[in-house]
Write a protein of this length. Structure first.
Length: 221
């Protein structure tokens, strides 16, 4: 497994490598301290499995840089590792198709859990930050919090709306199962049905949609 860690602070890169070793015993790390170095590494390694990148680094202009990165290397999953703990930063990152967002203030265990999720093909966004900006009603009534557009709502059952609402709050499949008193397998079945009904290609697209929807924005499928 090849992993690129792009951050202009060597301490951050070393810390992320240490956490990664707890998640994957065997992996090939690549490091970049500038955006140009990162692009050169990606061009030389088109089979890169995942990239961890800071939004603030030499040559990288936050979301303009992220958009350029996703345009030039669309098949390489990107996880943002940032000092910004703001919902808008997370939502904007999601709109560019990142598979994860990890605050730099997160502890080692939290980072490890996030990496485990993205490496297993899921997405990971900090629920505690997303909930911070949600209105009280959204936190108390998840089903009402993520009202899908009318054309989409007609396609979903009540239980499917429950599931997509909780996805939008950043809950994992296991947590959704606990909240709804269902088995994880049943939640995955509901997710599969949601994807078919709304035309999503994979689970990541469904989760991106749900998170954006919950916070007042939708993204193209």
């Amino acid at each position: 497994m090849k992993i690129l860690i792009a951050d202009d602070h060597w301490v951050v890169r070393e810390s992320l490598k240490l956490v990664m070793k707890k998640v994957r015993q065997r992996f090939e790390p690549f490091e970049a301290s500038t955006f140009e170095e990162a692009k050169a590494i990606l061009k030389a390694n088109p089979d890169m499995d995942i990239m961890l990148i800071d939004l603030i680094m030499p040559g990288f202009e936050e979301f303009a840089g992220l958009q350029a990165l996703r345009t030039e290397f669309p098949d390489i999953p990107v996880v943002v590792v940032s000092v910004h703990e703001d919902t808008n930063y997370i939502i904007k990152s999601i709109s560019h198709g990142v598979v994860g967002y990890i605050p730099k203030s997160a502890g080692g265990e939290e980072i490890a859990r996030a990496l485990e999720r993205v490496l297993s093909g899921e997405v990971s966004f900090p629920r505690h930050i997303l909930e911070r900006s949600s209105p009280p009603a959204a936190r108390q009534r998840p089903t009402e919090a993520a009202q899908v557009r009318s054309s989409d709502e007609e396609k979903l059952t009540g239980r499917e709306r429950d599931v997509i609402a909780r996805l939008g709050q950043g809950l994992s499949v296991n947590r959704i199962a606990t909240d709804l008193d269902l088995s994880p397998h049943t939640v995955r079945v509901h997710l599969g049905n949601i994807m078919k009904k709304l035309g999503f290609k994979d689970r990541s697209a469904a989760i991106h949609y749900a998170v954006s929807l919950t916070h007042g924005r939708t993204r193209d499928r």
